[in-house]
Ligand binder design. Structure first.
Ligand SMILES: N[C@@H](CCC(=O)N[C@@H](CS)C(=O)NCC(=O)O)C(=O)O
Length: 211
């Protein structure tokens, strides 16, 4: 498999953490991507092969062993879960839909974080404070929701936990997003432990290398 990747992307980190936790990481070849800083508001020069494989031209994009291009992290994680031998991060039965419910909140939180990142890349005079506030409000509601059902983070490892952990990590890394901990004690304590997992430590976010 081949993964279009950068260490700065939380959606890509979700895929990498999932692959590591499922024991599939050594089956994935990395294709590093570059992102000129105007990517947030302009069409940029794409890394060779990315737009040809996935016209949406976003990462993560995974080329499966069968040659299918999967251009969405949720889809990629489902594919990885399907081919993993014995391991699973998607529970069966009733627990499955509780997991997907929490997952969708954490994934929406990631989308809001990235929307702010893109807006912050615009020249200051072009930024919309209303848009930024809307995303900040969404992030606050999502963290409040996760805190209110934090007991769901305590079971066996699943994709919702991975996504919540990555959202917390992104919030810490982009310090202009603000500290998620005040008022979220159970989530904070859970994240302190979760962030020590080897798959989390080995994928801590970094800026995209220039070349
Ligand atoms: N829903 C997509 C979102 C992917 C996404 O937004 N990726 C960002 C990086 S974190 C990207 O490639 N942005 C480049 C662009 O929008 O031009 C997923 O889950 O994979």
């Amino acid at each position: 498999m081949k993964l279009y990747w950068t260490p700065a992307s939380p959606f890509t980190r979700k895929v990498v953490v999932t692959a590591r936790e499922l024991g599939l990481w050594d089956r994935i070849e990395i294709a590093p991507t570059v992102w000129p800083l105007d990517w947030g508001y302009a069409t940029v020069q794409f890394t060779e092969g990315l737009a040809e494989a996935n016209p949406v031209a976003r990462i993560p994009t995974l080329i499966t062993d069968g040659g299918a291009a999967l251009g969405d992290s949720t889809l990629i994680c489902q594919h990885l879960n399907e081919i993993a031998a014995g391991e699973s991060v998607i529970p069966d039965g009733a627990a499955r839909w509780n997991m997907w419910s929490l997952y969708a909140v954490a994934d929406g939180l990631l989308e809001a974080q990235i929307a702010i990142r893109a807006e912050m890349l615009r020249p200051e005079a072009m930024r919309s404070e209303g848009f930024l506030d809307k995303q900040r409000d969404r992030i606050a509601r999502c963290f409040d929701h996760i805190e209110s059902c934090a007991e769901e983070l305590d079971g066996p490892l699943n994709l919702a936990q991975i996504t919540v952990g990555i959202a917390c990590g992104y919030q810490d890394w982009r310090d202009w997003l603000g500290d998620f901990r005040p008022g979220h004690g159970r989530l904070s304590r859970w994240y302190d432990a979760f962030s020590e997992r080897p798959a989390m430590l080995e994928t801590e976010p970094k800026e995209t290398p220039a070349t």
